[in-house]
Design a protein around this ligand. Structure first.
Ligand SMILES: [Zn+2]
Length: 395
């Protein structure tokens, strides 16, 4: 029997590892630190740390990895507030829709920062996505591998000693560490939390014809070389009171565009993706028995904008939301019969959640509590999915 936190309703099956006690879970317990920590002094600690990295000989003080969602806007605003000179690095996941690309370009334009987008070899990338789907019921692993390692390679190769991330998910979601532990980026943490303990090695073989040279950036750099060069990665959420919804809402004034979301009330997190709340969300449901809505509800209960009872109703209301997955299979080059096979064999039991089109998905009919409703900005609907930009345009 799946066990749930009585307060935030997080399931014990959370892949990061969740401990559930009588009244609350480890995530709820660690969250309470947010009201007891002296954040002014934590911020001073952060300032003292980053001071060592400022104005060194190179052009940039730090690398900031982004996808272009609201949290990246916030993270970058804080990096600039700290007086750091950032190089913004984005790995193209080939899943962005029109809103995603606009947000990424608004981000680098609004903050006027240097940036580049890494476009991985699309043939290799698709091979890895196929294998990842087949072996792990997961479509984002190749991207997560790149997103969590490529910026670190950039830091190493360009001799930029600092990588700044926004939130530490293991602390914020399941409370695996205290904020005061000041957990840093590491190969171990990447594997355990970003990659669900699955390295790229398991995505090759069995039909994926991938040259090992193409996988360099999918793998974390040599840790000894990193430490010799003094590359360090830190998470801002350990040093400031991290409240994603409040932060993300405020980023609309910096050019961030929220995206209409039929699978959650949250219009900020990972806005601009053609798959995140579609097939990716459905596969998450299949793998671990809960959907992205549970992450959002747990967060909002802990922040006090939703009661435990209201949260439970929200999870129930959104759990049976349909998703539109066909554009992803078209992008992957799967034939009609292949698509039918996948539905029949790999999405068995979830067929009722597959919509025929994006328009066929009805919004969830549930009234949000006022304290939550007030935080949701008006959003728009993406017009184009899988906007291939950077590599892979067929003429
Ligand atoms: Zn909890």
């Amino acid at each position: 029997m799946q066990q749930f936190c009585p307060k935030c309703h997080y399931p014990q099956a959370h892949p990061f590892g969740l401990t559930i006690a009588e009244t609350e879970c480890s995530g709820c317990l660690t969250h309470k630190e947010k009201d007891t920590i002296d954040w002014v002094s934590r911020y001073s600690e952060l300032e003292a740390i980053v001071k060592k990295y400022k104005n060194r000989t190179g052009k940039y003080d730090c690398v900031v990895p982004v996808v272009g969602d609201a949290e990246d806007f916030y993270t970058l605003s804080k990096v600039l507030e700290l007086g750091l000179s950032p190089l913004v690095v984005c790995v193209n996941d080939f899943f962005k829709n029109d809103i995603g690309w606009q947000n990424l370009h608004n981000l680098i334009t609004h903050f006027d920062v240097d940036s580049f987008v890494f476009n991985p070899d699309i043939r290799v990338y698709k091979d890895l996505v196929r294998t990842s789907l087949r072996k792990h019921d997961h479509m984002m692993l190749p991207f997560l591998q790149l997103h969590s390692s490529f910026p670190v390679h950039v830091a190493y190769e360009r001799k930029i000693p600092l990588v700044v991330w926004g939130q530490n998910q293991a602390v914020e979601q399941v409370g695996k560490f205290s904020h005061l532990d000041s957990v840093e980026m590491s190969r171990w943490s990447r594997r355990q939390h970003d990659l669900l303990d699955i390295e790229v090695d398991s995505l090759i073989g069995n039909g994926a014809q991938v040259d090992l040279r193409h996988l360099n950036y999918y793998q974390y750099p040599d840790v000894q070389l990193l430490s010799r060069r003094g590359v360090k990665g830190l998470y801002l959420s350990n040093y400031m009171r991290w409240d994603p919804l409040t932060q993300n809402k405020s980023m609309t004034s910096n050019g961030f565009q929220p995206e209409n979301n039929t699978s959650s009330f949250d219009v900020y997190e990972r806005a601009g993706s053609s798959v995140y709340y579609q097939l990716h969300d459905l596969l998450k449901y299949k793998r671990v028995g809960y959907r992205k809505i549970s992450d959002h509800v747990a967060r909002e209960i802990r922040h006090g904008r939703v009661t435990s009872e209201e949260g439970k109703k929200l999870v129930e209301a959104y759990s049976d939301q349909a998703v539109f997955v066909k554009p992803f299979f078209d992008w992957l080059g799967v034939t009609e019969s292949g698509y039918e096979w996948f539905k029949m064999h790999r999405l068995r039991g979830f067929e009722h959640l597959l919509a025929e089109s994006a328009e066929a998905i009805n919004p969830v009919s549930i009234t949000l509590p006022d304290s939550l409703e007030n935080m949701i900005s008006s959003s728009r609907t993406a017009q184009e999915h899988h906007v291939i930009f950077g590599k892979g345009i067929y003429i």
